[in-house]
Design a protein around this ligand. Structure first.
Ligand code: PLP
Length: 233
């Protein structure tokens, strides 16, 4: 078995045991393999181990990898998620090549993605990124901006607003990890109570995935625990 296949198996086991501890079904949590900085060979090893959903942060790198995978494994049915910062002049290739975007943090970006989404591909799945730790340098909507932007994005024709994404401030303290994820879930529940049909909480990375699952994550975004340490990004 490749080390990527072993790592995937280990991460799936961590997800399942955290879900069981929280009284959740393991199948209610989907694993997004974050392949940024790794090549098509690494993606291929994960595909051979059964992984289908991949997350990417850097547009040019992602487009090359998506094209490479289309020629290596044309029938694999891969799903591509854009999870990095979005410049407004780069929305068209994102709208044309991805299935999901987790990092939408302003209405203008969502409007461009909707306008540029080829209708024959079906709606582009969207998560709004929320800045839960209040750090000035981080991207994401402030919690008080969320209801207004969520209503605007939900009304756009070629998008499907699915939920929220967050990257809390890193900490080794599990209680603090859980508190941040619980705050994201609270925002998500209040949008749902307001009538938005959301079903996705994208939260948890290699270092805090168990806390995220316990607090209700439905997608965890895992890079280094699957592919190994990165030199950048
Ligand atoms: C890189 C990245 C991840 C994965 O991080 P790891 O710590 O390697 O698991 C998840 N989400 C986002 C938005 C990222 O940029």
């Amino acid at each position: 078995m490749s080390s990527i296949a072993k790592n995937l198996q280990h991460v799936q086991h961590q997800i399942a045991s955290a879900a069981e501890r929280a009284g959740r079904s393991p199948s209610s949590v989907r694993l997004l393999a974050v392949s940024k900085t790794f090549g098509a060979d690494a993606v291929m090893a994960a595909v051979q181990a059964g992984q289908r959903a991949f997350g990417e942060n850097y547009l040019q790198e992602a487009l090359e990898k998506i094209a490479a995978m289309q020629s290596l494994a044309p029938a694999a049915g891969l799903q591509w998620h854009f999870i990095g910062p979005i410049q407004s002049n780069k929305t068209r290739p994102i709208a044309e090549s991805f299935d999901w975007v987790h990092s939408v943090d302003r209405e203008k970006i969502a409007r461009r993605l909707s306008e540029q989404r080829p209708p024959e591909l079906g709606p582009l799945n969207i998560c709004l990124q929320v800045n839960i730790s209040g750090e000035a340098s981080k991207s994401g909507l402030a919690p008080e901006e969320l209801p207004g932007v969520a209503a605007q994005v939900a009304a756009l024709p070629n998008l499907a607003l699915r939920g929220l994404m967050a990257i809390p401030e890193p900490t080794d303290d599990v209680a603090r990890q859980r508190a941040a994820f619980a705050a994201v879930r609270g925002l998500y529940e209040s949008l749902r109570a307001g009538g938005l049909p959301l079903d996705t909480l994208s939260m948890g990375m290699s270092a805090d995935l168990e806390a995220a699952v316990v607090e209700g994550a439905t997608i965890v975004r895992i890079g280094s625990a699957i592919f190994g340490a990165r030199n950048y990004g």
